[in-house]
Design a protein around this ligand. Structure first.
Ligand code: PEP
Length: 252
């Protein structure tokens, strides 16, 4: 049985007090969804510690949205994976399309970040996905394959066992446009095939999340698909009720 995951990417939203309130709201409502669903919240760096405190004693886990490519040293403004781990984070989102697009994050950087994430006992949530032009040109399979080959294929078998993939079509992120459940299943199954070509049967155990305008009203249909193991949630993760409501998609 693959892990079922609903992870919230808060992006650059919430002030510390708001983040703590949101985390407390998620904890308060968490019991409405079975323990078989893993909930993860990924706040901004600035309030990871306070949110960690708010999550204490709950089974809502903590993740960061990024980490540095280097271990430590003279890298002004960067946050090391070791620092994130020390605050109680278990996960780190890597390769989000916003980081690839706005901050020029390349496969080379992502490979270094991956190294740091594993060196510090964290689990990467590695994002892949095509933009609208690539989808319209029918290149979405090739784009995802390349994003996997250039980073995930460099992992050891041991590291691969501790990896979460998020398929996030860029055209669906924050746009209100969602991939259909069929589109999601088609590409998730393909991604699993690509993973299997390198890691064999272990690919069956790798959670692949869907991300892109996922909300309580469409989660059940998408999560019902065989190769969709949950969601990476942006906008709807900023309201505890919606975030938990998405998790309820597994119970429909
Ligand atoms: C995201 O950016 O990871 C995301 C899925 O955003 P949204 O849910 O807002 O489309």
């Amino acid at each position: 049985m693959r892990k079922k995951i609903v992870a919230g990417n808060w992006k650059m939203n919430t002030l510390p007090a708001e983040g703590v309130e949101l985390a407390k709201g998620v904890v308060a409502m968490r019991g409405e969804v079975c323990d078989c669903v893993n909930f993860i919240v990924c706040p901004p760096f600035t309030h990871l510690a306070q949110v960690a405190e708010a999550l204490k004693g709950s089974n809502v886990e903590l993740g960061a949205q990024n980490c540095a490519a280097e271990a430590k040293g003279a890298y002004t403004g960067e946050v090391a994976a070791s620092m994130i781990a020390a605050l109680g984070c278990k996960y780190v989102i890597l390769g989000h399309s916003e980081r690839r697009q706005y901050y020029g994050e390349t496969a080379q950087t992502l490979n270094k970040k991956m190294e740091q994430v594993y060196a510090n006992g964290l689990t990467p949530i590695y994002c892949v996905g095509e933009n609208l032009d690539e989808r319209e040109a029918g290149n979405h399979f090739a784009v995802c394959k390349q994003q996997i080959e250039e980073v995930v294929f460099n992992l050891t078998e041991e590291q691969f066992k501790n990896l979460v993939i998020a398929y996030e079509p860029v055209w669906a992120i924050g746009t209100g446009k969602t991939a259909t459940a069929e589109q999601a299943q088609e590409i998730h199954a393909y991604i699993r095939e690509v993973l299997a070509s390198k890691f064999g049967a272990a690919a069956e155990e790798c959670p692949i999340l869907y991300g892109g305008s996922c909300k309580p009203s469409n989660a059940a249909e998408i999560f019902a698909k065989e190769d969709v193991d949950g969601g990476l949630i942006g906008g709807a993760a900023l309201k505890a009720e919606d975030f938990i409501g998405i998790g309820k998609g597994f119970m429909a």
